[in-house]
Design a binder for this molecule. Structure first.
Ligand SMILES: [Zn+2]
Length: 319
């Protein structure tokens, strides 16, 4: 398992699954195979030889020495995801891998989610032996940014509103269904996520809402990175003079390091997303800020350096 030291914090990547090659083709419209092939550092870590982008789903465990924090909670097992049917009903050994990393379910003290899309929250709850949804991490408070939780809930329509509005229908193409969903599909998906993932947390009294840019524990802080959603936050880790940055979907794929303005389909604001990425890269290029990419394959992490009009992810810390 990939591991990094950030000051006295130990960060471990816990894999959930590799996304099937091709499933997310077209999510970044400009990133055609020809263009991806032309960016030398994409293959083999972040794209196939033919230029199809590679993605995975994973979580990070940050062990501060005092607290054990899980950042982003993947899709989870056995969930209902009509917007992304291939991630419904999963049965991955995520918890076994967490165990291999040295952490049982009871060891997690805090769960953070960069945003509340279905592939970042699933493991907040799991089905118990009686078939009920219960908190996966019985001792963990799930600490979310209030504005992002409100945004998620605002997608719920009343049954009457759902009835009165037409949905996308079963033949919408998979990218459109997952990333540009109509409001009825979004509402139904949001209700399922509430039922299967957040209601068990709320009922157990484990949900904690924090303000925008909120610090969670010393050295672990949400950092607003708007664009992918209207209240998306990345997470900044700081310990003993070293720092790291967990991207969430602010940097959805490393292609967006090479071409910061290329946004993902379904971004709440493609324009803000691109503008905020470029500003972020300009601020951290050449520094020793470790970038931990939430959907990044290959080494999964690196340092931003300037590269022509764009940037590149370098494996080695700039000297
Ligand atoms: Zn997302």
């Amino acid at each position: 398992m990939k591991k990094w030291q950030v000051g006295k914090f130990v960060v471990t990547e816990v894999p959930e699954f590799q996304i099937a090659v091709g499933l997310l083709d077209g999510v970044i419209a400009e990133a055609t195979p020809e263009v991806v092939r032309a960016i030398g550092w994409m293959h083999p870590d972040y794209a196939t030889e033919s230029g199809q982008t590679l993605w995975d789903v994973h979580s990070y465990v940050v062990d501060t020495g005092d607290q054990v924090i899980l950042i982003d909670a993947g899709c989870g097992n056995g969930k209902s995801y009509p917007m992304q049917p291939s991630w419904s009903g999963l049965d991955t050994p995520f918890l076994e891998r967490l165990e291999q990393a040295g952490y049982g379910r009871e060891d997690i003290d805090i769960v953070l989610c960069t945003h509340l899309h279905l592939d970042h929250v699933g493991w907040c709850a799991m089905k118990n032996d009686e078939g009920h949804w219960v908190p996966t991490f019985p001792n963990a408070r799930v600490t979310l940014v209030q504005a992002e939780y409100d945004r998620h809930l605002s997608q719920l329509l009343s049954p009457e509103e759902e009835e009165a509005t037409a949905g996308a229908g079963p033949d919408a193409d998979p990218i459109a269904r997952a990333f540009m969903a109509d409001e009825v599909s979004l509402s139904k998906q949001t209700r399922l996520i509430q039922h299967e993932t957040f209601e068990p947390i709320v009922e157990a009294g484990l949900l904690e809402l924090v303000p925008t840019n909120g610090e969670v524990v010393p050295g672990v802080r949400y950092e607003e990175t708007l664009g992918h959603t209207a209240a998306h936050h990345s997470v900044r880790l700081t310990s003993e003079g070293e720092s790291a940055f967990v991207t969430g979907d602010f940097i959805h794929h490393p292609m967006q390091i090479a071409r910061p303005e290329w946004s993902s389909k379904g971004d709440w604001s493609p324009e803000a997303s691109g503008r905020n990425r470029r500003a972020f890269f300009e601020a951290c290029a050449g520094t020793n800020l470790l970038i931990l990419g939430t959907h990044f394959t290959g080494p999964g992490a690196g340092y931003i350096v300037s590269d022509g009009d764009g940037f590149r992810l370098a494996e080695n810390e700039p000297s």
